[in-house]
Design a protein around this ligand. Sequence first.
Ligand SMILES: [Mg+2]
Length: 225
Amino acid sequence: MIKAVLIDIDDTLLDFKRSSEEAIRLCFEHFSLDFNDNVIKTFHEINDELWRKIERKELTKQEMYGLRWVTVFHALGIECDGVEMEVLFRSTLSGIAEPVDYAYDLLEYLYKKYPLYAASNSSFAHQQKRMTQSDMLKYFKKMFVSETVGALKPAKEFFDFCFAEMGNPPPNEVVIIGDSLTSDISGGGSYGLKTIWFNPLDKELPSKLSPTFTVKDLREIKDIL
Ligand SMILES: [Mg+2]
């Protein structure tokens, strides 16, 4: 008996890759910088590594914001103020909300059956703006965003907050859906939740992790829940 469903936002409902690429293109246009595929590739490599450090608690999000574009510009040999770029990038990005394929389809199906809660590591205003812009906010009873929760997934404190807000249902009657093996699958699994790993790119599963279910396409979740 499933009592509630927690859903990650970035790269589960909203396509961070598509949205960030559009934001980068617009920012490069603003700074009259040459935009190409290598910019995108370098950004994702550095951004992914920085987020892994945040998840391992080796870096704070504020530190990451100070570093991200400085590091990308340095790697690309571009002379531009990385701190200024970071500010413009995040304000541009919060106005772009490209959905993941079939995200609306899934939300439309799930919200009629279960109470839905968003669970995201980000800034609240940023996610609220994007969820409003994409018209996804209406499907959720609440949004749990690390900035207001005071802890990041996969920390126990993040889930403690969510469960208290949801009225403390038994963890094994709650499902978390997400693309991150660290935040969503490992975090949710350790807390006792059922986990659905969204793995559209067919990434390999490390042997120490075992999601309850794995899907490649969000439509497959309708057969599970
Ligand atoms: Mg995600």
